[in-house]
Ligand binder design. Sequence first.
Ligand code: ATP
Length: 252
Amino acid sequence: MESAAFELDGLTKVFGAQRAVDSLSLVVPRGSFFGMLGPNGAGKTTSLSMAVGLLRPDAGTARVFGVDVWASPEEAKALVGVLPDGLAMPERLTGREVLTYLGLLRGLDRDEVAARAAELLEVLELDGEDDKQVIGYSTGMRKKLGLAVALLHAPRLLVLDEPFEAVDPVSAATIRTILNRFIAGGGSVVMSSHVMALVEQLCDRVAVVSGGKVVAAGTVSEVQAGGSLEDAFVSLVGASTRGAEGLTWLSA
Ligand SMILES: Nc1ncnc2c1ncn2[C@@H]1O[C@H](COP(=O)(O)OP(=O)(O)OP(=O)(O)O)[C@@H](O)[C@H]1O
């Protein structure tokens, strides 16, 4: 059987007394646009970090197109482009220099790197910032540069931690177009997001994570179960009315 684009099996991470990720398993079929949902602190970033080789799991495995991320990191990392949460960048380089540096590290030749960097910077509207070092970038500009870094080596799978966070609506539309084109070209995408409308619009499959576990997974319509994704999310992770009665001192 053809291997899945991404397969997490029993991933676990314990921080002190807390099981941040608790035997989490999921399968992302090839060609799928997969959304990972979950409340703050659910374990999405921790899972994705373990799954792409950035944080060592206490238990479990992650495979990219059948390649074990921790047993064969170089082979796996050639297949995957990652936009991590809070990406650390070489702050004193310009965006073009970052792409050039990382592209050369990835083994691309100089001309290829220059051509791809120019195209990515233009499409993501960062080409007007050529004099600016990353330290002077806004949060959204960092996100866009992070996406450019993830795309640079033409991976077959993108793993994106909140790619639309802090990005303006015009740039968000550009990113949607890029991701849809990536899928149409045979790529696969996994992204975490809190924006239900975006997930409904872009993703064909979703998993809802809560307390470090997958509490629902399937096609968007399976998880929606006839309602909206937001309603399904709230009922799956537990609705809370806290805040409705308290904070009386806020009222005049
Ligand atoms: N390095 C760490 N040390 C201790 N606890 C951590 C660490 N990283 C994450 N945690 C804890 O693990 C849990 C899961 O965090 P994680 O960042 O994976 O959640 P998340 O689903 O990505 O949340 P958000 O939607 O807010 O980004 C949280 O309770 C968090 O406090």
